[in-house]
Design a protein around this ligand. Structure first.
Ligand code: SR1
Ligand code: MG
Length: 405
């Protein structure tokens, strides 16, 4: 059947035609669908049995354009990269993602477990709610996926074969190159936008030639350093939680790149949450407590990542990777990349096309300006120092100079 954009009616028949949906619901029963997509790119439907809403499946279809900007055309084949990476995450870090049920490369549509009762963590984190074990979960899952798809765990030929399909994810990689590494750092870019309160800060940022050199190096690393399979868009809108359960979603930006990119995006989003607490936390002590919590998640993300990687390295077979000091040096390079990528993410969420709710939802423009100024100050500092940090403490201390944790 030719590609057709689904709606709340047609998705019902679509699900009935997919035999794999039977593991999640009874297609003979009356079904109901709601569209729940709130990301920038895709349609997302929850399809459930009317007589038992716990029998349900999630259907995600890639549109031929950006969902939030219809004139921005984009091939729906990105569904393929999300499906492939979802399967890889599911295999290498079981329980880290919703269970994949099918992928339909004609309709660019994925069927997967509907995470009933889960919520995207960005909003609860804005409200100052703890997500138990968040850092440990993300650090552990990403270390498993990164290690399992890296040259440390796979034979050279197998790694190249696994990487090959993702080289076609050109459009989404290009979006990242433009939106994260290029446009925010340059004047007269149509898609950039910011509030007038930070005009001077943005002018200083875009005139900082040293900063541009650092960002250019990070962009080149993103474009050329195929260390492992990345999620590619690991912000707090790509993670869902329910009580103590956590899942990573929305990996359509997946490709093989530098592993610090995933960690940096995640940590950059944690730092932006911490900065925004001045507006969201009801009292000063609530703000301090939540910032401590967030700081702790940054620490546990990196500690868990390192622990899992060190454990996995015990089984590497090539003597190259067993060279004394090699793993320490690799982990230091991951930390430095993480620091730089976090800075780039924070800049683009303040100045570039796609912002974050944590900051955009601050109603008082003066206060929003204060937060954005802090975010830019932290980001510039992280970008300037990233190649020289020795420990995570160096990163946190630098962030702390602009933001009291
Ligand atoms: C046009 S896409 C804009 C942003 O939304 C996605 O979630 C990615 O973060 C991308 O950079
Ligand atoms: Mg997304």
């Amino acid at each position: 059947m030719p590609y057709q954009i689904l709606n709340v009616e047609s998705v019902l028949d679509y699900v009935r035609r997919r035999p794999e949906s039977r593991t999640a619901l009874d297609p003979e029963k009356e079904l109901d669908a709601v569209e729940v997509g709130d990301g920038n790119l895709n349609l997302v439907f929850k399809v459930s049995q009317v007589d038992d809403s716990s029998r349900t499946v999630l259907v995600k279809q890639a549109l031929p354009h950006v969902r939030v900007a219809e004139d921005w055309k984009l091939s729906p084949i990105r569904g393929r990269f999300e499906a492939l990476s979802l399967q890889a995450f599911h295999a290498l870090a079981p329980g880290s993602v919703p269970e994949p049920l099918w992928y339909d490369d004609e309709q660019y549509t994925i069927g997967m477990e509907n995470l009933v009762g889960f919520e995207v963590i960005r909003q609860p984190m804005m409200e100052g709610r703890d997500i138990p074990e968040l850092g440990n979960f993300v650090g552990t899952a990403m270390a498993k996926v990164h290690f399992g798809t890296s040259d440390f765990a796979t034979d050279s030929a197998e790694k190249r074969r696994s990487l090959a399909p993702y080289t076609a994810n050109t459009e989404l990689c290009r979006i990242t190159e433009d939106l994260i590494f290029t446009e925010p750092f340059h004047v007269a870019q149509e898609r950039n936008h910011w509030v007038p309160e930070i005009d001077d800060d943005v002018a200083r940022l875009q005139a900082d030639q040293g900063l541009k050199r650092e960002v250019a190096a990070l962009k080149l690393a993103f474009m050329t350093r195929a260390e492992a399979l990345l999620h590619g868009d690991l912000h707090t809108g790509s993670i869902m939680a329910k009580d103590r359960a956590i899942r990573i979603i929305d990996s359509e930006f997946a490709f093989y790149g530098p592993v610090g990119f995933d960690l940096g995006l995640f940590i950059g989003n944690l730092l932006m949450n911490a900065a925004a607490q001045v507006a969201h936390a009801p009292t000063e002590s609530a703000r301090r407590n939540y910032r401590d919590y967030v700081r702790n998640q940054v620490v546990t993300t990196m500690e868990s990542y390192e622990r899992v990687l060190r454990e996995a390295f015990a089984s590497v077979s090539s003597p190259s990777w067993q060279a004394p000091g090699f793993l320490d040096a690799f982990l230091l390079s991951v930390l430095r990349d993480t620091c730089g990528f976090a800075g780039a993410e924070m800049v683009r969420r303040t100045v570039g096309f796609a912002h974050v709710k944590d900051i955009d939802d601050i109603v008082d423009p003066a206060l929003r300006g204060v937060v954005q100024r802090q975010v830019l100050a932290i980001a510039r500092r992280l970008l300037h120092i990233h190649r020289h940090v020795e420990t995570l403490d160096d990163v946190l201390t630098a962030a702390q100079e602009a933001l009291e944790f």
